[in-house]
Design a protein around this ligand. Sequence first.
Ligand SMILES: [Zn+2]
Length: 599
Amino acid sequence: MSTDAVAEIKARLDILDVVGDHVSLHRSGTQHIGLCPFHAEKTPSFSVSQQRQAFYCHGCHEGGDIFTFVQKIEGVDFSRALELLAERAGVELERSPRAAARGAGRRRSLELNDRAARYYEYVLWSLPAGEPGRRLLAERAVDPALARRFRVGFAPAGGPAGSALVRYLTGKGGALPAEVADAGLASRGRDLFRNRVVFPIADERGQVIGFGGRALGDAPPKYLNTPETGVYHKSIALFGLDQARQALRERRQAVVVEGYFDVLAAHAAGVDGVVASSGTVLTRDQVRILARHADQVVLCFDGDAAGRRAAGTAVDLCAAEKLPARIAVMPAGFKDPDEMVRSDPPAFAALIGGAAPEWRVLVEWAIGDAGADVDERRAAAERVVDVLVRIPEATTRDLYVQEAARRLELAAPALAADVAKARAPGTRGPVRLSAPPPPPAAGIEALGAGLEEGDVGHPPPSWEELLAAFAVQRPALARVLVDEMGLDLDELASPAVRRLLEAALAVPPGSELFVDGLGPGDRRLAAQLQTRDVPELGPDPLVLERAMADCVQRVRGADRRGRYRRDIRDILAGPDPDRDENVAARHRRLLEEERNPPG
Ligand SMILES: [Zn+2]
């Protein structure tokens, strides 16, 4: 990593712009505040300091600089965050030849995908070859303006060689055939998408990373997707996310549908925070991405058995990510959202608005139409138990146990007992012969015992925090504290504050502290201190000097008191033959000094 590049990027970019892409911020005093994108909240506790170029959340304690923010929000590592921000800032990165080649390949793929999207659009709207695509869109009643917004296009048959796009992209000194293949657009010289309506799939920033292609008629496969490439990863790609971002920011609710046409239909019905997992069932990674943009999802899948199964799986994924979900159940007579919107747009918006909590729907489906028949009710009870065991929170589970028992006319304790039995370890899978593992609580305690004192759960004393705030906001002050005011870092009670001051001492004159280079706990503390208003750092140097001297004084006093306390503990623990002083007299003197410290 080049620190020059980091400094250059920081100089060119403003954290308000970088964060503002994901969080709507408003000014409050010297800070900008908004709803934290890293945890669900209703009142803003996420604050950004433009002056310090740092962010900190008082709710979940996440914090750092633009590099930290991009890593967290995009789910990438530091080097990728550096690349993304360098690109945004227009800064060239010096890198290893292999990384450089990979970056160049990725940029080339993005460029070719974008050119392909433009080509497909041109064919759809302007060429006779696009007629079948225009007809399909008209049949599906897709508004042309909406189709243009999503950059829908048409991939022509491409002549006898099936290579219209390849010829277009490689012609006139354009791309190499290998580059077109790497971008996922061709295979063995032939266009991947032929005779299909194509939906560009974009990343969160709106760059086309791949396509989903819908066949005309029933030619198999009905849907075809870009294969895995350097830029397209189907397990994280979400169709419509770029178009949904504004709505997600405003409402924090994401609607998940199954198909490309469903996404367009939802927009046509005025439901715009909508995405589709492209060409796969929803994945855990996709749910993770949704959890960054929304506090709740509404699952609106096809009304068939496959759609119900997909909804059930999605509910489990959301539960694993602690993302509350609702299920909008397609009314009888409609196959999917697209069909419903074509017949009644307002009814679709109402369906989404009235979606029921996920577990209620799953329990309802499990009960089905079990009547009074004993065998039917027993089978339904078994299906219900299978659902209830998946509910992570005990209170929610208990509520649904009560409800299901009432519906099935069973005694709630009996149903609860079945659920408890099914949840017990070892009841699923092979019979366990050895003793069950200890309950997790014991494991956590054992872990806690190994934690270093002072690192967790011990906030630094207020004066040490203030010292650390001086040092992270103005690293040059660390030198003054140590060289001129005689601060001894070993006297600091908080190891985190000591590390921050050491980091500040290492900052070259005129530079800023590189917060993202710190360990996670230290980074959060540094970010918290950077986004804090420190009046002592105002225009009056005398105020600052007095505050610094006062803090140094307190560190010394506290350190001495700490030493006395340790001495007293030692003495109380038993007489020390090496000490020549009378134990009781020494004890008295120390207690006296503890009350009235000298100096
Ligand atoms: Zn937060």
